[in-house]
Design a protein around this ligand. Sequence first.
Ligand code: CTP
Length: 434
Amino acid sequence: LNLRNHNLSDKINALPQKVKNLLVEAGRIADDEGLSVYVVGGFVRDIILGVENLDIDIVVEGDALRFSEKLADYYCAHLTKHDRFGTAVVVLEDDFKIDVVTARKEYYEYPASLPVIEGGTIKDDLFRRDFTINSMAIKLNKSGFGNIVDFYGGRRDLQMGLIRILYNLSFVEDPTRVFRAIRFEQRYDFRMEEKTEEFAIKAIESGILGKVSHERINFELFSMLKESNIPAILERMEQLHILKKVYPQIMLTNDLKKVLRNAEEDFAYFSEKLNHPESPDRTLLYLLILHSNMDHENAAKSSENMRLTKEYKEEILKLIEVRDRVLSNLSGNVDISYYDVYNELKGLSIEILLVLCMISGEKKVINRIILYINNLKNIKTYISGKDLRDLGVKPGPEYKLLLEEVLAAKLNGSLQTYKDELEFLKRIISKENN
Ligand code: CTP
């Protein structure tokens, strides 16, 4: 990083044309309205780091609502205004979203009260933010376009790889910042500055996380699950004694840590090996892994605590239900037919199947699961109910049993063609009739 570079026009010029134009237009509209506008937060942090981030948060010194109306008019975009908060969201035709807020000053009259909000300067607005690395802005007005606004040492901390709060009560006022600090640490391979870490630990020890709503904790959980270094984040959460407080059922044993650490590599390996049309749901994969060593009761409690969707909950409980049986029945010392493999795995989602591979780690089990996904799962008989009718079998529960018997023979490899199946069917029917 070049700390002497106070202007980022070059970097803005290198952005996709659409984003660059948007930033220039925002500055022009602000000039016309006599306002000062800035792009702030994660976008600024990441442009300095050279990391792609097209989340545009704009701060207006003055009336953000008037500004957002002009911006939306110019782009014929959809505008949602929150008059009470002085914030707006402009959504362009292609769903590209721009958040616009009025620069504000926040202060708390007493601990844990809601903040009192007043209009303020960009300096005030940047001060109420979580960390120095997120407290920078870039000016968009024509005069000074691209200038970095960095009152609190954001660039210095980016350079030093430090996550630092701006004021001592930061974690107390917004405890979710503890999760954010950990996420940023692991994402950029940074660490918390010493005092910041002490404040984080104090906030955690005070039990304040217990006062945060489930919705907000969950928002942090799902943000974590979108990161690339999930195991490191979890281990850091464990080290700071957060994991036990917010997700008491998660047992980060050495075995689970190993599965987590290998997860990304395993996903890549399987996606190459598998002829599966859709790519698995990565969030679900990690949720399954995190619950994979629980019993039914704890898994149910945990997914309730995480307020997971019904679909995710069902997947988790299904994994717990089949886990022990599948792992023991598919293991190398058991001699089973393809049809048995098929029956063990029938109906399980691709995510459950992958997680079973990962927690088993046994070659034989993995090969059987891969064989199921790539072959057995898709095998169907040529014959159908119509053939049974033509052979004079009366419709009834027997149909299903006969078709299943043909499928079993086919899966086990003794039938190839339609004719083979028909012959086989005739043989079992005549055997039954005798
Ligand atoms: N912010 C904050 N405190 C929070 C959440 C957000 O101060 N609890 C501020 C930060 O300045 C942050 C900005 O709001 O940069 C935007 O928040 P968000 O979009 O959640 O974060 P990003 O920093 O963009 O992070 P990410 O890359 O994870 O989206």
